[in-house]
Design a protein around this ligand. Structure first.
Ligand code: SF4
Length: 329
């Protein structure tokens, strides 16, 4: 990473009060992101990835830690400055329909985003809106349609056009393709990639599916119960997954067992994600980890450097790497 990343997240934490108990949604997460790059945030439901995305946008305040965007400490910005900066940071949702008014045409919805931020004149906004529809691969006539008349893929393209209308630097893509058919997923991911190249966009791409983030991500952070358990350049993570949780996520997408013996050797994830209201002691992954030992149940593993820019939070990094290599052969 360069000395001056677009986004720097330093040791941020977020706790909610639920049923009188503390819920640690995000715990001590750090990363940096250069302009024009993509960080994939991966984990099962409840891992805290969407919460982290909203903290970056300051839609949720961090309890601890700092977030710097374009050199500015977000926690120190006044409401006016934050509002101006929000133009630079947009979000694409899993369900674009929910973020569009059913009573507004597609064209009005895209123009509205620009009008809210007082960008251009009515005529220039209409012109930009039609340009954006073309950029995201939609016909100009669709501007007169209402959200209920569009398919899921078309709606997501509208969501992307709306986010682009403000010329953002950073876009948080929060499970943007998980509600779409596989063939449409590929088209939308390809579109996001093309737009990234054209506009030097920076993405945080949130998904529960490692296969989806692989294509776009330069770096990947794997989250489990609000903590980063492994972080590495995408290629390295796929080549040398080190944390057992990453390995089971990868196994679930990459390997179809060719024999009963190979099936037995594969590492399967056990059980459900524990309640974040009552997280397990020590390593929070230990009840599901095939390699857990006594130390895993009693002591929290710290992040350890595995290779350059590659960290994993596991007591048994060296052993699991060997075990995982044996299983992969
Ligand atoms: Fe598994 Fe122990 Fe590593 Fe946690 S610390 S992932 S339980 S081996």
């Amino acid at each position: 990473m360069s000395a001056k990343p677009l986004l720097r997240v330093e040791n941020v934490s977020k706790t909610f009060r639920v049923q009188g108990k503390k819920l640690h949604a995000i715990e001590n997460v750090s990363f940096t992101l250069e302009a024009g790059k993509t960080l994939g945030l991966v984990g099962e439901s409840g891992s805290g990835k969407s919460t982290l995305g909203r903290m970056v946008l300051r839609l949720l305040e961090s309890d601890k830690g700092k977030i710097y965007f374009d050199g500015a400490d977000l926690s120190k910005l006044s409401k006016v400055k934050l509002r101006a900066l929000r133009r630079d940071m947009q979000i694409i949702f899993q369900d674009p329909k929910a973020s569009l008014s059913p009573r507004m045409t597609v064209g009005d919805a895209i123009e509205d985003a620009m009008a809210i931020h007082k960008l251009g004149t009515k005529a220039s906004r209409r012109e930009r809106m039609t340009e954006l529809l073309e950029k995201v691969g939609l016909p100009a006539e669709i501007q007169y349609a209402y959200p209920h008349e569009l398919s899921g893929g078309q709606l997501q393209r509208v969501g992307i056009a709306r986010a682009l209308s403000l010329n953002p630097k950073l876009i948080i893509c929060d499970e943007p393709v998980s509600a779409l058919d596989v063939s449409i997923q590929v088209q939308v991911i390809q579109l996001l990639r093309d737009l990234q190249k054209e506009f030097n966009l920076t993405y945080i791409f949130i998904s529960h599916n490692l296969a989806v983030v692989e294509y776009l991500s330069d770096d990947i952070a794997v989250l489990y119960l609000g903590e980063v358990v492994e972080q590495a350049p995408a290629e390295e993570l796929f080549k040398t997954p080190t944390h057992p949780y990453t390995q089971v996520l990868l196994d679930s997408i990459l390997r179809v067992p060719e024999s009963p013996e190979q099936k037995q050797e594969m590492v399967y994830i056990q059980g459900e994600v524990p309640s974040p209201l009552n997280p397990p002691s020590g390593c929070t992954f230990h009840p599901r980890c095939p390699y857990a030992t006594d130390i895993c149940r009693s002591a929290k593993p710290l992040q350890r450097t595995v290779a350059e820019c590659h960290v994993a939070a596991c007591h048994r990094v060296e052993e699991t790497q060997n075990l995982l290599m044996v299983n992969a052969n």
